[in-house]
Design a protein. Structure first.
Length: 237
């Protein structure tokens, strides 16, 4: 069975739902407790891990991360799993994300880390690699804005279109961009993001973690401001 055929059927989640379906959380929450062992080794057994802490620890906080904005030591990290062909990802990118950057990234409260999580086929994967390639020339956020602009998705993400978006984003060396897009490093970076998402059970895009707290779908701004405020308060404790 091929790698792609083993992936679950995923759909864009624009409707409001209570939580993102994170397998790590559900598995840990429903795993049965073992009966206490009677042998002495039980005293040194590794304790059950905290799923919320594990999700929070997914924040990479890499100072040189090209797919992130905000201070590496910001008290709150928002991780976004998204697809450039996802309409609701575009809605979030246009309507909500700029306000979060203005309110929280600029004052040092928030760091946003993007994870490329393409679920709509070959063009989604190509766009994800193109975003990474643009990032190698410090133009990821500009490419992100261009690819999520109103009407951009309808034009598709074929090779010529990706180069056009790179030009629109101000990528200075388009030959390097095309080489990076086709290179193994782009593919490896994409696999890293995808494997992380599938490992924790992300089922739809956009999906988010705010200091480990799941938020599913392109929720209203208030949902994010509340989550950020809660996470910031908890970080101070």
């Amino acid at each position: 069975m091929s790698r792609s055929s083993r992936k679950p059927l995923l759909i864009s989640a624009g409707v409001a739902v209570a939580t993102v379906a994170l397998g790590l959380v559900s598995w840990q929450a429903t795993a049965p407790q073992e009966e206490p062992r009677r042998d002495p080794a039980a005293a040194t057994a590794t304790p059950r891990t905290d799923p919320a802490a594990e999700l929070k620890a997914l924040a990479r906080r890499e100072p040189g991360d090209k797919l992130a904005v905000g201070r590496a030591d910001a008290p709150v990290v928002l991780i976004e799993y998204s697809d450039f062909k996802c309409g609701y990802c575009g809605k979030f990118a246009r309507d909500t994300e700029p306000e979060l950057v203005k309110r929280y990234v600029e004052d040092g409260t928030l760091r946003i880390e993007w994870r490329n999580f393409p679920i709509f086929g070959a063009e989604s994967e190509a766009a994800a690699k193109a975003a990474w390639a643009a990032g190698q020339q410090d133009r990821f956020t500009a490419f992100h804005a261009a690819a999520y602009a109103e009407g951009a998705k309808a034009k598709g993400f074929g090779e010529d279109r990706l180069v056009e978006l790179a030009r629109e984003a101000g990528v200075p060396d388009l030959d390097r961009f095309k080489a990076d897009l086709a290179g193994e490093q782009a593919a490896a970076a994409l696999r890293r993001d995808q494997e992380e998402g599938y490992r924790i059970g992300v089922q739809s895009t956009p999906s988010f973690l705010v200091n480990g707290q799941p938020i599913a779908g392109a929720q209203p701004l208030d949902a994010f401001t509340a989550a950020i405020a809660k996470a910031k308060a908890a970080a101070k404790q």
